[in-house]
Write a protein that binds this ligand. Sequence first.
Ligand code: SF4
Ligand code: SF4
Length: 274
Amino acid sequence: MVFPYHLCQPDNQKSCAACCGLYNYRDSSRAGLERRLRRHTSCLRPPRPLDGAAFRSYARRFRPRENGRAKLFPTIYNCEFVGFLDRSETTVGCLLHPSQRHGDDWRRLSFHGGSLCADHFCLSYSYLTCQEQETVILGVDDWYLYGLVITDIDLVKTYCRHLNDRLGYTFVARLIEHPLLKEVVHRFFALKINWPFRAPEPDRFGKYRFSDESYQEAFIDYERFGLRGSPYDAIFRSLGSEFAAGDEVRDAHRLIDSHLERFLTTYESLPLRS
Ligand code: SF4
Ligand code: SF4
């Protein structure tokens, strides 16, 4: 299948490894993931000449460590072969991939097997429109944030829909290349990390709440606050919100409003819109 954008490795500024289990830890903070990625990378860093026996021995040592109690959702496998792909630690990905191994594809040694690793394309490839994909690719140049956002279909779709609705037409995502607009988009998506109403639960990831082998969507009980709901409900849930009072919902609403407005004023001030 041919896709317009390679969401896993869109450019040399960032990349994603979410489906390799990168965020599937109770501590999925940037610092926590960096520690794991550095550990894997230092053992397997190309061009270190490793053979099958060395990879297997490495897997025996690290596979249980990555899939033990620190794991968030047991059903998702956390791969021990994911690491930093460059010395400046801007891109993450598979250390068994042929691009890292002088053309040899060692993914056959992975837990999933080579063909599953090679042929997997997550739902974002088919569910996000070109405009939505481009918005994330151009708006986020940070591996940690990029992986969180490109896999959050609700967040990306709702953001773009509100922007299109307010403008009254489909915005040209390519214009996010402009540094001013890029900054605006980045700030919005960075709410995934610094959202002030985020539930302080280690078992929560975005809109999902995990418990042992099961998970469920977390909903917001607006009626409890005498409210009917929110046009930003999908965004609130993607950001893992938990509100203690109606005033907090109203503050959150104003915050999202301000991000959307900032996009509009910046976008409309750019030259050469088409
Ligand atoms: S989650 Fe999607 S974008 Fe990310 S590495 Fe997997 S297939 Fe690629
Ligand atoms: S071996 Fe497969 S699951 Fe592991 S990092 Fe590579 S692509 Fe991801």
